[in-house]
Write a protein that binds this ligand. Structure first.
Ligand code: GRF
Length: 197
């Protein structure tokens, strides 16, 4: 059984796709041990609670220093004993110790076809704004392992999505979520649980 912890900061639609996948059996041999957010207002925490999944908020605002936040975050993570950590819209710089302790056990979903539109500053709507500004005809999403860089780890899965006439960043973001993110993130977890990634 693959024990996963999902780290979130926002609406949690990718977390919901994982919850639904585990429930429906499309994600096999996997248990969501807990959800951790840096943001007390994240609706993702409600999604976890609504599904009986332990949910924790560990906010940098509650600590005197970044180091104390990092220690508290790592302590909670270790307590949940994850085999895999899934970053699903987690807008926090990861402590170096976390990447060392969980090397090749952290994955992230990014809303573009890496290496396009990624790296520092490319998150959320900004990614889609830049894709539209560049005039690409195809964009998509990427699941990758996390290393010390930003969006630089080994690519696990990608799925392309067509950019359509008249797309706004919001419309494009929704299509990329529906047609790519919510498909390849559950698939990646299922494949890792089966030892195929
Ligand atoms: C998604 O677009 C994901 O690609 C990006 O952050 C967003 C999170 O959305 N990393 P949600 O919280 O899963 O709805």
């Amino acid at each position: 059984m693959l024990n996963i912890v999902v780290c979130v900061s926002g609406g949690g639609t990718n977390l919901q796709a994982i919850i639904d996948g585990v429930k429906s059996g499309t994600i096999r041999n996997t248990k969501i041990a807990g959800v951790i957010s840096n943001n007390a207002g994240a609706f993702a925490l409600k999604r976890a609670e609504n599904n009986g999944i332990p949910a924790f908020c560990i906010s940098p605002k509650s600590f005197q220093s970044r180091a104390e936040f990092n220690d508290a975050f790592l302590e909670k993570l270790n307590e949940l004993n994850p085999d895999l950590i899934v970053l699903a819209g987690f807008l926090v710089i990861l402590p170096e110790k976390m990447i060392e302790n969980y090397r090749d056990k952290i994955i992230n979903i990014h809303p573009s076809l890496i290496p396009s539109f990624c790296g520092t500053g490319f998150y959320g709507l900004k990614v889609h704004e830049e894709a539209l500004k560049r005039g690409v005809k195809v964009t998509g999403a990427t699941v990758h392992y996390v290393d010390e860089g930003t969006d630089t780890g080994r690519i696990i899965k990608q799925r392309a999505v067509e950019v359509q006439q008249g797309d706004t960043p919001e419309i494009l973001q929704k299509r990329v979520m529906e047609q790519a993110e919510w498909v390849i993130l559950p698939q990646a977890i299922d494949e890792i649980a089966a030892g195929h990634q």
